[in-house]
Design a protein around this ligand. Sequence first.
Ligand code: NAP
Length: 295
Amino acid sequence: MTSPSSALTSTSASASGTFALGGEITVPRLGFGAMQLPGRWTRVVERDTAVAVARRAVDLGVRFIDTAAFYFSPRARANDILREALHPYPADLTIATKIGPLRDADGEMYAEATAGQIRELVEENLGQLGVDRLDLVSLRVGRLGAVGGVSIGERFEALAALREEGLVRHLGLSNVSAEQLAEAHAIAPVAAVQNRFGVLGQEDAALVDRCAADGIAYMPFFALGGGHSALDGEGLRTVAERYGATEHQIALAWGLARSPSVVQIPGTASQAHLEQNVAAARLVLDEEDMALLTV
Ligand SMILES: NC(=O)c1ccc[n+]([C@@H]2O[C@H](COP(=O)([O-])OP(=O)(O)OC[C@H]3O[C@@H](n4cnc5c(N)ncnc54)[C@H](OP(=O)(O)O)[C@@H]3O)[C@@H](O)[C@H]2O)c1
């Protein structure tokens, strides 16, 4: 793997440009995903480390953080770490949550929330984060892939009702197909879609473009491979060497260049990786780079 040059480790997230979420909340397009902070069953992350990473993200100009009450390990919950690190939250910090999967104490996702359970899940996030209103709540459907062919109308209506009530500012969707996005959008405005997409998995390209055309933020998860697959390949290596950057930085820069509505949410529990990820905000790939990396 390529090492980053020193010039590519100290940058503000603001260098990534901004996106106006729901047309009104302006955030830098280089954000942060909180899923790694509580660690996993197989990975211990010290509390002090997790809290320091969350604080450092904000110090580095990150103003969009993606989290969920269902991000927890036997030792910690992502929402608690964010609250400890950042509450009272900076006025310009946007915290997005997701609801949908029901996880048991062993972390297994055993079911999806019904429409009748949406309120208690939103209230759980409100309570854990210590806020009166959530900036963005996405209905997450299924597991990691987009689940087509299933109506999400009843669940999205339940979420939209909480927006009417003032508990939620903007609505989003995760792991959805174009048809499900259209179904939800007919019920209430959708401000964001969070699906799996990255330089090494570009299957959702049409939905990325659709979101850009409709002014909907697209927040790709696993932009860095999720830690499951190596972020490797000749194209990535070539472009990384060209910029004196790492493959991870190029993967983030590729997403930012791929669509103006991409808001990146790379996940890390490492301060060194966080610094590198934020520094990718200032990498601007050119047409030649994009041609090498885009399928
Ligand atoms: N909607 C959904 O279904 C869904 C599913 C999964 C995730 N998400 C969201 O998407 C966010 C991102 O997903 P993710 O964290 O699973 O995957 P990711 O951002 O693709 O990758 C995270 C993995 O890459 C490593 N990493 C991060 N920065 C690195 C760097 N600069 N160099 C080398 N390795 C690096 C991390 O390890 P270290 O901690 O050691 O850096 C971790 O193993 C999550 O935080 C969550 O908010 C959503």
